[in-house]
Design a protein around this ligand. Structure first.
Ligand code: GCU
Length: 350
């Protein structure tokens, strides 16, 4: 009798123990997804980014990855590789065609090397200001060019901001067109950007982004051109303190997905990715605005000198590069007109 009740007691304790384990498991499972025990993802994708971890485009990428993971309940994980560890942009784009890298954020100038019609969106002195560029990119034209990425087996997801690019030099400032004469200026791996710089009287030298600092330091080039955040983030101001604000180009950035990766995804996942890409772009654009100003202040505090071109001088720069319009976008005059129609009277060709 006593043995029987002892057995029942043991069974009850075992039952309570099993119930407690089940309850604990349930509590863990029902926690918000971020804290839930690791779900094994169905897909793990790579995302290439060549800027530092605290840079607006990288923060946008991280936000994008987080949103995708959350909205797919952990089924899609995107690992962001920042600081250019996956290689130079041109090479990234080439690898994406074959699915070697799944996602990236790249400068349009690099994409235009594969899809030349994209050059029209980064012609020198094309946009009157940032608002003009965003009217173009956020409208039908921007969508048409996101779709154009298909031609290189890529999917254009969204547009990121990269502000306006300006010249900066090591030993003497650029204050007028004549100052450009004979200067060796680093440009991106872009034929059009090289021609633009040569049209202004300088010699263009193509160098990778990561090599600009040492290129200036070692005197391989006299200067380069980029936006305030890149100038400050890459510490180019340490070796080239004269920053001439001429805003010769606005080169937007595109967030892209490899066509091979896209093929693997369901319609539902594609929509989630597109939605997250566009939301992350808005986030990046807000960060960009803050960073542009902060970078300018930091560079100036560290000793950089900003040189503003007079309106008259800027006009001379603008006139000098008109040949680039004809050479690279001669067949796209309608598109140029559509872009100019979104801006003020000052934009574009004379
Ligand atoms: C910008 C852009 C980079 C690019 C760089 C360059 O910083 O964000 O993606 O590589 O310009 O000048 O090469």
């Amino acid at each position: 009798m006593e043995q029987k009740s002892g057995g029942r007691k043991k069974n009850r304790i075992r039952g309570i123990f099993v119930l407690a384990v089940i309850l604990m498991a349930l509590v863990i499972w029902l926690q918000p997804s971020g804290q839930r025990m690791e779900t094994v993802p169905e897909y793990v994708f790579s995302y290439a980014e060549n800027q530092a971890w605290d840079y607006p485009t990288t923060l946008g990428a991280v936000r994008f990855a987080e949103m995708v993971e959350e909205r797919t309940d952990g089924r899609i994980r995107i690992l962001v590789y920042a600081e250019g560890v996956k290689g130079v942009e041109g090479e990234i784009i080439r690898q994406m065609k074959y699915g070697g890298i799944d996602f990236a954020r790249v400068s349009l100038s690099q994409l235009a090397e594969y899809i030349p019609e994209m050059n029209v969106l980064q012609l020198p002195y094309l946009y009157t200001d940032s608002a003009h560029m965003w009217r173009v990119l956020d409208g039908e034209i921007g969508d048409e060019f996101l779709t154009k990425a298909d031609e290189y087996s890529l999917v254009g997801l969204s547009w990121y901001d990269a502000g306006a690019r300006n010249f900066y030099t090591a030993n003497r400032p650029i204050t007028c067109l004549e100052d450009m004469e004979g200067m060796r200026i680093r440009v991106q791996e872009s034929e059009m950007m090289a021609d633009m710089v040569e049209a202004l009287g300088a010699n263009a030298v193509k160098l990778g982004y990561a090599d600009v600092y040492s290129g200036i330091e070692r005197g391989i080039v006299d200067g380069a051109e980029n936006n305030w955040p890149s100038y400050e983030s890459m510490k180019h101001d340490e070796v080239a303190k004269y920053y001439t604000v001429d805003e010769h180009t606005r080169v937007p950035e595109m967030q892209i997905c490899s066509g091979k990766t896209w093929e693997k995804l369901s319609e539902e996942d594609r929509n989630i990715i597109l939605e997250c890409a566009r939301e992350s772009a808005l986030y990046e654009r807000a960060l960009w605005e803050e960073r542009e100003n902060a970078s300018k202040q930091t560079a100036l505090l560290r000793g950089a000198q900003a040189i503003e071109l007079s309106a008259e001088e800027k006009k001379r720069f603008q006139t000098a590069v008109q040949g680039v319009y004809e050479k690279y976008c001669g067949g796209q005059m309608d598109m140029i007109e559509r872009i100019l129609a979104e801006g003020g009277a000052e934009a574009g060709t004379d």
